[in-house]
Design a protein around this ligand. Structure first.
Ligand code: FE2
Ligand code: FE2
Length: 259
Protein backbone atom coordinates (compact mmCIF):
# COMPACT_ATOMS: atom_id res chain seq x y z
CA UNK A 1 0.00 0.00 0.00
CA UNK A 2 1.22 3.49 -0.78
CA UNK A 3 1.81 5.73 2.22
CA UNK A 4 -0.99 8.10 3.14
CA UNK A 5 0.33 11.62 2.88
CA UNK A 6 0.04 13.85 5.94
CA UNK A 7 1.05 16.96 3.98
CA UNK A 8 -0.72 18.66 1.07
CA UNK A 9 0.18 17.34 -2.38
CA UNK A 10 -0.36 18.83 -5.79
CA UNK A 11 -0.01 16.25 -8.54
CA UNK A 12 0.26 17.61 -12.07
CA UNK A 13 -0.99 14.68 -14.13
CA UNK A 14 -0.31 16.56 -17.38
CA UNK A 15 3.41 16.57 -16.55
CA UNK A 16 3.38 12.84 -15.80
CA UNK A 17 1.51 12.18 -19.04
CA UNK A 18 3.95 14.31 -21.06
CA UNK A 19 7.02 12.73 -19.53
CA UNK A 20 5.85 9.12 -19.80
CA UNK A 21 4.62 9.35 -23.38
CA UNK A 22 2.17 7.30 -25.38
CA UNK A 23 2.22 4.19 -23.25
CA UNK A 24 1.15 1.76 -22.25
CA UNK A 25 2.19 2.63 -18.69
CA UNK A 26 0.90 2.75 -15.14
CA UNK A 27 1.73 5.31 -12.48
CA UNK A 28 0.65 4.76 -8.87
CA UNK A 29 -0.17 8.16 -7.33
CA UNK A 30 -1.34 7.85 -3.74
CA UNK A 31 -3.57 6.13 -1.25
CA UNK A 32 -6.20 8.00 0.74
CA UNK A 33 -6.61 5.19 3.25
CA UNK A 34 -9.63 3.74 1.42
CA UNK A 35 -8.59 3.71 -2.22
CA UNK A 36 -5.52 3.26 -4.34
CA UNK A 37 -5.40 5.98 -6.97
CA UNK A 38 -3.27 5.85 -10.10
CA UNK A 39 -3.00 6.69 -13.77
CA UNK A 40 -3.49 4.11 -16.50
CA UNK A 41 -2.33 4.95 -20.03
CA UNK A 42 -3.33 2.64 -22.87
CA UNK A 43 -2.65 2.71 -26.59
CA UNK A 44 -5.38 2.74 -29.24
CA UNK A 45 -7.07 -0.63 -29.62
CA UNK A 46 -5.77 -2.08 -26.36
CA UNK A 47 -8.13 -3.76 -23.91
CA UNK A 48 -7.78 -4.48 -20.17
CA UNK A 49 -8.15 -7.92 -18.61
CA UNK A 50 -11.89 -7.87 -18.01
CA UNK A 51 -12.91 -8.71 -14.45
CA UNK A 52 -15.28 -7.75 -11.67
CA UNK A 53 -15.03 -6.97 -7.96
CA UNK A 54 -17.72 -8.31 -5.66
CA UNK A 55 -16.87 -5.87 -2.87
CA UNK A 56 -16.72 -2.32 -4.20
CA UNK A 57 -17.79 0.14 -6.87
CA UNK A 58 -14.83 1.16 -8.99
CA UNK A 59 -14.70 4.44 -10.86
CA UNK A 60 -12.52 6.23 -13.34
CA UNK A 61 -12.04 9.83 -14.37
CA UNK A 62 -11.03 10.18 -18.01
CA UNK A 63 -8.10 12.58 -18.39
CA UNK A 64 -7.18 12.02 -22.03
CA UNK A 65 -8.50 10.34 -25.16
CA UNK A 66 -11.55 8.19 -25.78
CA UNK A 67 -12.55 4.85 -24.31
CA UNK A 68 -15.28 2.26 -24.55
CA UNK A 69 -16.49 0.61 -21.39
CA UNK A 70 -18.43 -2.62 -21.38
CA UNK A 71 -19.95 -2.74 -17.90
CA UNK A 72 -22.01 -5.79 -17.00
CA UNK A 73 -24.38 -6.52 -19.85
CA UNK A 74 -25.25 -2.86 -20.39
CA UNK A 75 -24.80 -1.22 -23.79
CA UNK A 76 -21.24 -0.06 -24.45
CA UNK A 77 -20.40 3.35 -22.97
CA UNK A 78 -18.32 5.82 -24.98
CA UNK A 79 -16.37 8.04 -22.62
CA UNK A 80 -14.13 11.03 -23.23
CA UNK A 81 -11.95 13.48 -21.32
CA UNK A 82 -13.77 14.87 -18.28
CA UNK A 83 -16.23 11.97 -17.98
CA UNK A 84 -16.65 9.78 -14.90
CA UNK A 85 -17.46 6.09 -15.41
CA UNK A 86 -18.55 3.71 -12.65
CA UNK A 87 -18.52 -0.09 -12.54
CA UNK A 88 -20.89 -1.14 -9.75
CA UNK A 89 -19.77 -3.96 -7.47
CA UNK A 90 -20.22 -7.31 -9.18
CA UNK A 91 -20.40 -5.90 -12.70
CA UNK A 92 -17.74 -7.11 -15.11
CA UNK A 93 -15.83 -4.32 -16.84
CA UNK A 94 -13.90 -4.38 -20.09
CA UNK A 95 -12.16 -1.16 -21.09
CA UNK A 96 -10.95 -0.43 -24.61
CA UNK A 97 -9.08 2.61 -25.92
CA UNK A 98 -10.55 3.89 -29.18
CA UNK A 99 -9.54 6.55 -31.67
CA UNK A 100 -6.01 7.50 -32.71
CA UNK A 101 -4.46 8.67 -29.46
CA UNK A 102 -3.56 7.00 -26.21
CA UNK A 103 -6.02 7.28 -23.36
CA UNK A 104 -5.31 8.15 -19.75
CA UNK A 105 -7.73 7.39 -16.92
CA UNK A 106 -7.45 7.95 -13.20
CA UNK A 107 -8.63 4.84 -11.36
CA UNK A 108 -10.09 4.89 -7.86
CA UNK A 109 -10.02 1.34 -6.50
CA UNK A 110 -10.55 -0.08 -3.04
CA UNK A 111 -7.33 -1.01 -1.26
CA UNK A 112 -6.71 -4.72 -0.96
CA UNK A 113 -9.33 -5.86 -3.42
CA UNK A 114 -8.44 -8.39 -6.08
CA UNK A 115 -8.88 -8.04 -9.81
CA UNK A 116 -9.01 -11.73 -10.58
CA UNK A 117 -12.74 -12.56 -10.62
CA UNK A 118 -13.91 -13.33 -14.14
CA UNK A 119 -17.22 -13.86 -15.84
CA UNK A 120 -18.44 -13.65 -19.42
CA UNK A 121 -20.59 -10.96 -20.87
CA UNK A 122 -24.17 -12.21 -21.22
CA UNK A 123 -25.64 -13.18 -24.56
CA UNK A 124 -28.17 -10.38 -24.35
CA UNK A 125 -27.70 -6.71 -23.72
CA UNK A 126 -29.41 -5.46 -20.56
CA UNK A 127 -31.40 -2.25 -20.86
CA UNK A 128 -29.45 0.79 -19.73
CA UNK A 129 -30.62 1.79 -16.21
CA UNK A 130 -33.53 4.23 -16.28
CA UNK A 131 -31.96 6.44 -13.60
CA UNK A 132 -30.99 9.73 -15.25
CA UNK A 133 -29.68 11.80 -12.37
CA UNK A 134 -26.59 11.25 -10.23
CA UNK A 135 -25.30 9.78 -7.99
CA UNK A 136 -23.90 6.46 -9.14
CA UNK A 137 -24.73 6.70 -12.82
CA UNK A 138 -22.65 4.36 -14.96
CA UNK A 139 -21.53 7.35 -17.01
CA UNK A 140 -21.53 11.02 -16.03
CA UNK A 141 -20.57 13.78 -18.46
CA UNK A 142 -20.10 17.43 -17.53
CA UNK A 143 -22.52 18.46 -20.29
CA UNK A 144 -25.28 16.21 -18.97
CA UNK A 145 -25.04 17.60 -15.43
CA UNK A 146 -24.98 21.19 -16.69
CA UNK A 147 -28.16 20.36 -18.61
CA UNK A 148 -29.79 19.14 -15.40
CA UNK A 149 -28.46 21.67 -12.92
CA UNK A 150 -27.79 24.79 -14.97
CA UNK A 151 -25.21 27.47 -14.48
CA UNK A 152 -22.85 27.66 -11.49
CA UNK A 153 -22.66 27.52 -8.57
CA UNK A 154 -23.73 24.04 -7.62
CA UNK A 155 -22.51 20.81 -6.03
CA UNK A 156 -23.85 17.37 -6.81
CA UNK A 157 -22.81 13.89 -5.66
CA UNK A 158 -21.56 11.82 -8.59
CA UNK A 159 -20.56 8.84 -6.42
CA UNK A 160 -22.11 8.06 -3.06
CA UNK A 161 -21.49 4.66 -1.52
CA UNK A 162 -20.16 3.07 1.67
CA UNK A 163 -16.55 3.87 0.68
CA UNK A 164 -16.57 7.26 -1.03
CA UNK A 165 -18.42 10.44 -1.72
CA UNK A 166 -17.39 12.22 -4.93
CA UNK A 167 -18.96 15.63 -5.23
CA UNK A 168 -18.80 17.52 -8.51
CA UNK A 169 -18.48 21.26 -7.94
CA UNK A 170 -19.20 23.75 -10.71
CA UNK A 171 -17.97 27.21 -9.77
CA UNK A 172 -17.76 30.60 -11.50
CA UNK A 173 -14.69 32.84 -11.17
CA UNK A 174 -14.60 34.71 -7.89
CA UNK A 175 -17.51 32.81 -6.34
CA UNK A 176 -16.79 32.72 -2.62
CA UNK A 177 -16.38 29.31 -1.10
CA UNK A 178 -16.50 29.22 2.67
CA UNK A 179 -13.15 28.39 4.24
CA UNK A 180 -13.55 25.31 6.39
CA UNK A 181 -11.74 22.37 7.90
CA UNK A 182 -12.62 18.81 8.85
CA UNK A 183 -10.47 17.06 11.48
CA UNK A 184 -11.76 13.57 10.71
CA UNK A 185 -11.34 13.09 6.97
CA UNK A 186 -8.86 13.88 4.22
CA UNK A 187 -10.10 15.33 0.95
CA UNK A 188 -8.74 15.31 -2.58
CA UNK A 189 -9.86 16.89 -5.80
CA UNK A 190 -9.37 16.27 -9.50
CA UNK A 191 -9.64 19.44 -11.57
CA UNK A 192 -11.68 18.70 -14.66
CA UNK A 193 -11.77 22.24 -16.01
CA UNK A 194 -10.53 25.72 -15.15
CA UNK A 195 -8.02 27.26 -12.76
CA UNK A 196 -8.32 27.53 -9.01
CA UNK A 197 -6.36 28.42 -5.92
CA UNK A 198 -6.17 26.57 -2.61
CA UNK A 199 -5.43 28.95 0.20
CA UNK A 200 -4.35 27.04 3.31
CA UNK A 201 -3.64 30.02 5.52
CA UNK A 202 -0.75 32.38 6.09
CA UNK A 203 1.78 29.74 7.04
CA UNK A 204 1.53 27.81 3.80
CA UNK A 205 1.91 28.66 0.10
CA UNK A 206 -1.19 29.31 -2.00
CA UNK A 207 -1.51 26.45 -4.48
CA UNK A 208 -2.28 27.36 -8.10
CA UNK A 209 -4.18 24.41 -9.46
CA UNK A 210 -5.30 23.83 -13.02
CA UNK A 211 -7.09 21.33 -15.27
CA UNK A 212 -5.70 17.82 -14.87
CA UNK A 213 -4.16 18.51 -11.47
CA UNK A 214 -4.97 16.60 -8.32
CA UNK A 215 -4.88 18.41 -5.01
CA UNK A 216 -4.65 16.24 -1.90
CA UNK A 217 -5.28 17.68 1.53
CA UNK A 218 -4.82 15.84 4.82
CA UNK A 219 -7.46 16.18 7.49
CA UNK A 220 -7.60 19.21 9.71
CA UNK A 221 -6.10 21.84 7.40
CA UNK A 222 -8.30 24.85 6.75
CA UNK A 223 -8.92 25.41 3.04
CA UNK A 224 -10.37 28.20 0.99
CA UNK A 225 -10.88 27.40 -2.69
CA UNK A 226 -11.41 30.07 -5.32
CA UNK A 227 -11.95 29.81 -9.07
CA UNK A 228 -9.51 32.10 -10.89
CA UNK A 229 -9.32 33.56 -14.39
CA UNK A 230 -12.35 34.01 -16.63
CA UNK A 231 -13.44 30.38 -17.02
CA UNK A 232 -15.84 28.45 -14.83
CA UNK A 233 -14.25 25.47 -13.10
CA UNK A 234 -15.23 21.88 -12.44
CA UNK A 235 -13.65 19.87 -9.67
CA UNK A 236 -14.46 16.44 -8.31
CA UNK A 237 -14.03 16.40 -4.52
CA UNK A 238 -13.50 12.95 -3.03
CA UNK A 239 -13.94 12.20 0.66
CA UNK A 240 -15.08 9.31 2.81
CA UNK A 241 -18.74 8.42 2.72
CA UNK A 242 -19.65 10.21 5.93
CA UNK A 243 -18.01 13.61 5.58
CA UNK A 244 -18.66 14.32 9.26
CA UNK A 245 -17.81 17.39 11.31
CA UNK A 246 -17.01 20.25 8.99
CA UNK A 247 -16.15 23.46 10.82
CA UNK A 248 -15.99 27.09 9.83
CA UNK A 249 -14.58 30.17 11.53
CA UNK A 250 -16.91 31.24 14.32
CA UNK A 251 -18.48 27.83 14.86
CA UNK A 252 -19.04 27.17 18.52
CA UNK A 253 -16.96 24.32 19.92
CA UNK A 254 -14.87 24.09 16.75
CA UNK A 255 -11.50 22.42 17.35
CA UNK A 256 -8.76 24.60 15.90
CA UNK A 257 -7.50 23.69 12.42
CA UNK A 258 -4.10 22.05 12.36
CA UNK A 259 -1.07 24.16 11.48
FE1 FE2 B 1 -11.62 -3.22 -11.92
FE1 FE2 C 1 -13.33 20.43 2.51
Amino acid sequence: MLPISTEPMQIRTSKIIDSKGDGPWYEALFSDGRNNVGLICDTPGSVNDDHYHPDFNEFWIILKGSLEFEIGDFPTIHAHKGDVVLAPAGERHLIRTIGNESSVRLHVSKIGSDHASRKDRGNQTAPYPTQKEPPNLLHTTLDSVIEQLGEPQWVTSIIKDSLNTANLVYSAPGTPHDAHWHPEFDEWWTILKGELTWDLGEKRPVYQVTEGDIMYLPRGLKHHILTQGSETSFRLAITDSEGLHVFQEGDEDAPPPRE
